[in-house]
Design a protein around this ligand. Structure first.
Ligand code: HEC
Length: 114
């Protein structure tokens, strides 16, 4: 297995007797945090593009459930206070997404189906 010579990670795995098959899957987008933390919902792309550069999806979603106005204020705060480079056209989508996802989270009482 030539791969072992390339990647230190594989070297480590190679030390196991039963070397597990390592599969690197192509992710649609590369982020420091796991983008899968963001559930599918309309506006998800806008959030990935505009909101995940500075903090993880969980920072955004592990918030108490708040009304739409609060999300609008939060996005505004990100832009004005933290200089988040947010596309103004994306703001309503981002707000929609946050409201929708929070509503869902409380519906399923934090079940995380895997
Ligand atoms: C330029 C960097 C940056 C970007 C981009 C950014 N944020 Fe933030 N965000 C921050 C910082 C800094 C904090 C404060 C973190 C802390 O207190 O630990 C924060 C905190 C938050 C919080 C926690 C609650 C609060 O009010 O502090 C939420 C929710 C949040 N961001 C949502 C968003 C959303 C939604 C977007 C996309 C529109 C976004 N952020 C984009 C920098 C950013």
């Amino acid at each position: 297995m030539r791969g072992r010579f390339w990647l230190p990670a594989l070297l480590l795995l190679g030390a196991c007797d039963t070397a597990p098959k390592v599969v690197f899957e192509d992710a649609s987008i590369t982020l420091p945090d796991d983008p899968n933390d963001l559930p599918e919902a309309p506006g998800r792309e806008a959030v990935l593009e505009n909101c995940t550069a500075c903090h993880s999806p969980s920072t955004m979603l592990q918030q108490p459930r708040v009304p739409r106005e609060k999300w609008e204020a939060t996005v505004k705060k990100m832009i004005e206070l933290y200089k988040a480079p947010v596309d103004p056209k994306a703001v309503p989508q981002i707000v929609d997404y946050m409201v929708e996802v929070q509503a869902r989270q409380s519906d399923v009482s934090r079940e995380t189906p895997k």
